[in-house]
Design a protein around this ligand. Sequence first.
Ligand SMILES: NC(=O)c1ccc[n+]([C@@H]2O[C@H](COP(=O)([O-])OP(=O)(O)OC[C@H]3O[C@@H](n4cnc5c(N)ncnc54)[C@H](O)[C@@H]3O)[C@@H](O)[C@H]2O)c1
Length: 255
Amino acid sequence: MGVIVTGAGKGIGEAVALRLAQDGTDMVLVDVDADALGQTLAAVEKAGSSARSVAGSVTEEAVAAEAANLCIEAFGTLDGLSHNAGIQRYGNAATTTVEEWDEVLNVNLRGAFLMARAALPKMTDGTGSVVMMASVQSFATQQNVAAYTASKHGLVGLTKSIAVDFADRGIRCNAVAPGTVETPMLEWALSLSEDAEGVMDEIRAMHPLGRAGRPGEIAEVVAFLLGDSASFITGEVIRVDGGLLSRLGGTPKKD
Ligand SMILES: NC(=O)c1ccc[n+]([C@@H]2O[C@H](COP(=O)([O-])OP(=O)(O)OC[C@H]3O[C@@H](n4cnc5c(N)ncnc54)[C@H](O)[C@@H]3O)[C@@H](O)[C@H]2O)c1
């Protein structure tokens, strides 16, 4: 079983690769950060999986094609795609620069399209599975995340389109929508604030479970959706958000 994992160098993508290695899944790992990619590759092989790596950006058609071809060459089949590569930039619809907008949409949405476009024609009929990394910001938003929110809303549309268009081949497509997760992306976001600990307290309080998620908790759901246990699930977005989107703000009126 050969699976492509993007954004595999760090954070959620790395956790997905390590989780799939527990099952002995063969993988092609993709990341723009060659050093981080090398570290994940070594860890996955140490855990007993065979893996190959493609150091490059998911925004490049050639990188997507190389990953799909390599999976077939090395492992004989392409059974899954776990697309995690993503970036965050801050700004509203007036302050986001055109360059920032293009950068975010290019990685988060066009990258997902390019990876799926390269993988789907080669994917195993009957059992193939695509899992996109969406976000709670696929459903709601905060201030100053216009480009990211637009990209993650778009990713849900792409997920549903792939699910409908490839159902006749028995290929499924789903997405996972995490709340805040403790990854280098979160560390970077906190580093932009003068009161990182205060922001982290707010983040914990925002989630009814009282904490941020761990990358392994997201990876577990990705592994489930990639596998046959999820054989009748397609076009779905599973929130893994500690209850974040279940709670309305405000104080209820008491009797
Ligand atoms: N961390 C969170 O709180 C959170 C919450 C919801 C959704 N997500 C989503 O989960 C995914 C992973 O986030 P994370 O927190 O692990 O991020 P991260 O920054 O910690 O790790 C992302 C990885 O993707 C790689 N990457 C970035 N751009 C790339 C590109 N163009 N091509 C190939 N690789 C690229 C990075 O080098 C890095 O290794 C993203 O799509 C993100 O939007 C994260």
